[in-house]
Design a binder for this molecule. Structure first.
Ligand SMILES: [Zn+2]
Length: 426
């Protein structure tokens, strides 16, 4: 019961202290940063910084590698990384989804094998997370609702939202689509949460008449939601597709009533590391003022973000026009002079979908500086049109000697994240 009180308390805080202006937002961030010093004092890695009264901008920049390397020193719970990995991996293998060390939940991120991050969450942090999700994503209501939640692996972070008025049904991404369809038809979820690739599969089932559900809200998670996929989903389900931007490092952003993602700047500080001269794309550097067992300070994500500055909702929190993919989705070529050329995945996406309105399903995989594998669901003509557009793009950037071959295999394994454009060496 105590856990529920914590959730309600946090929810009230989040709900009624929501800043309405940039000034109010900065004031709140300043206050929370000050409070956060108490947490950092408990971290062997950050203690000195607090004692020296270091401003945030002078804290070291972290990334996944440096963070995992310093894991033992950063966390405030005296938990060792090898111990945390062991517990999390055993739980995943046995599908026992509530691994804990000293009452701290341990989770594994869904990265590629060998590169998976660990997250720790105390009960307090879980209560805050649930409150934030209730406020920003699910919406607070006293009506009985069911949530269909597609996951690669469950975690007691998610099942902790469970209550009498909110029931969670967990769908394992590795199960067969037909099984999902019959379960969904029986469940009739109020809220559907899934990866866009799964939502697209479900949309096909809706079109075929096999799936008949009428959720009040659909939320896309975990993968990049491409604008054209969003359009297909919105047309099929007849509603706005909402999004949650969440990763191991925290609950980062969610959509407003207009469907625009906004960073949760009321408890996060977002710095931008610009990637291009025109300053349109950046990697977010996040500081999470509400984490305590594993402080996240100036942590650079490798997602590529385009900012949106004109959302009609008027929120002072930073809007996101698009999450383009990750830094390793940027394709890399050579020009005539042998210089390296980087082209963002969004340019390829646009080139492919602009080729023909019938092209909806595709993947483009770069194998090396001279080879691209293009999968197009459609005819040879569709493939040729898409290939022509990609060639034109490569010419524009003066990328030299690139061959585009057609592949009949879509690069997407069941249960894995769909990345339509990526660099993946053979
Ligand atoms: Zn908005």
């Amino acid at each position: 019961m105590f856990f529920k009180f914590q959730i309600i308390r946090y929810w009230l805080l989040i709900r009624f202290r929501k800043p309405r202006s940039k000034t109010a937002l900065q004031k709140l961030q300043k206050k929370n940063w000050h409070k956060f010093q108490q947490v950092l004092l408990r971290s062997p890695f950050y203690r000195d910084k607090v004692q020296e009264n270091t401003p945030l901008a002078a804290y070291p920049l972290m990334n996944k590698a440096s963070f995992m390397k310093q894991f033992d020193q950063i966390n405030t719970q005296n938990i060792r990384v090898d111990e945390a990995y062991k517990v999390a991996q055993e739980a995943e293998k046995s599908r026992d989804f509530s691994p804990e060390i000293n009452h701290i939940t341990v989770g594994l991120s869904s990265g590629t094998s060998g590169n998976r991050g660990i997250f720790l969450a105390s009960q307090k942090e879980r209560a805050f997370w649930v409150a934030a999700v209730l406020d920003r994503v699910i919406g607070f209501s006293l009506k009985k609702r069911s949530v269909a939640f597609f996951l690669r692996a469950n975690s007691n972070l998610y099942s902790s939202v469970k209550s009498r008025i909110l029931s969670f049904a967990f769908f394992d991404l590795y199960d067969a689509l037909a099984q999902h369809v019959s379960r969904l038809n029986a469940l009739q979820p109020t809220i559907l949460v899934a990866q866009p690739s799964m939502l697209l599969d479900l949309a096909q089932e809706v079109k075929a008449g096999r799936l008949q559900i009428h959720p009040q809200k659909i939320i896309s998670v975990a993968e990049v939601l491409y604008p054209e996929d969003k359009a297909v989903l919105e047309a099929t389900f007849g509603q706005t597709i909402h999004q949650v931007y969440q990763c191991t490092e925290g609950f980062l952003a969610s959509t407003c009533a207009y469907g625009t993602l906004h960073f949760n700047e009321d408890f996060l500080i977002i710095e931008k590391k610009f990637l291009d001269e025109s300053k349109t794309r950046f990697h977010p550097i996040i500081t999470d003022l509400k984490r305590s067992s594993q402080p996240i300070v100036r942590y650079e994500l490798n997602d590529i973000i385009q900012e949106k500055t004109d959302c009609p909702c008027g929120s002072p929190m930073m809007g996101i026009a698009q999450i383009e993919g990750r830094a390793d989705d940027v394709l890399v070529f050579k020009n005539v002079e042998g210089q390296t050329i980087k082209i963002y995945p969004d340019f390829f996406r646009r080139a492919i979908i602009a080729a023909d309105a019938a092209i909806q399903d595709y993947t483009l995989v770069q194998r090396n500086a001279h080879l691209l594998e293009l999968y197009i669901q459609g005819t040879e003509e569709h493939f040729q049109k898409a290939k022509r557009n990609i060639d034109a793009l490569l010419n524009k950037y003066q990328a030299k000697a690139v061959t585009i071959i057609r592949t009949t295999i879509k690069h997407h394994e069941q249960g894995n994240k769909l990345r339509r454009i990526k660099y993946e060496k053979n």
